[in-house]
Design a protein around this ligand. Structure first.
Ligand code: IMP
Length: 177
């Protein structure tokens, strides 16, 4: 058990299991994109460990770049505005694979997808290390999923709780008392 800020977390999925699964995803991607040169767009901060581990096992020619998503509440309209920042590469006509740490409601990924599709890539697929299917609020097609999780807060392996925990090599889940 570990304590971060005001909450306790217990180990949930060990590093070796996570990394074996990432290798499987890398093999599938390498097979599916054989003869192509996809560009991976890794969403910071959460996907940095997933992206690094995946890249080591992708055996085809490929590129990677990193994006950030700024999310803020609009004062004029209802809901959140999500903006994709930092894409300098031209993805027109490219095979794009977005790398995300976790898809929760799916709202962030739906918005990222919309903004990237507007740049006319040849294809666009999503690879997410984790997903919480029960939390989905919008239908979203995720081609590569590492693990499907229950609808509980998790951290570690790149994911944080209020800034902390990204460095933990295993995945932890919130301890319910
Ligand atoms: P969504 O728009 O609800 O799908 O939120 C996606 C983002 O919320 C992810 O990229 C994470 O940064 C964050 N997030 C969602 N669930 C968790 C969690 O259980 N732990 C840590 N971060 C999470």
């Amino acid at each position: 058990m570990i304590q971060l800020h005001d909450k306790q977390f217990e180990i949930f999925i060990e590093q070796a299991i996570i990394e074996n699964r990432i290798k499987e995803l890398a093999l599938s991607i390498s097979k599916d994109y054989s003869g192509k040169c996809p560009i991976f767009l890794a969403i910071l901060n959460g996907s940095f460990l997933f992206a690094a581990e995946l890249m080591k096992s992708v055996s085809i020619e490929c590129e990677i770049t990193f994006l950030r998503v700024s999310s803020y509440h609009s004062t004029t309209s209802s809901g959140k505005i999500t903006e994709v920042l930092g894409l300098k590469e031209d993805i027109t006509g490219r095979d794009v694979i977005v790398l995300e740490d976790i898809v929760d409601t799916g709202l962030t990924m739906a918005e990222i997808k919309k903004q990237l599709l507007a740049k006319n890539p040849k294809s666009l697929e999503i690879a997410s290390l984790f997903q919480k299917p029960e939390a989905l609020k919008t239908p979203i097609d995720i081609r590569y999923i590492g693990f499907e999780l229950e609808n509980k807060f998790v951290l570690g392996y790149g994911l944080d709780y209020d800034g902390l925990g990204r460095n933990l090599p295993d995945l932890y889940v919130l301890h319910e008392k």
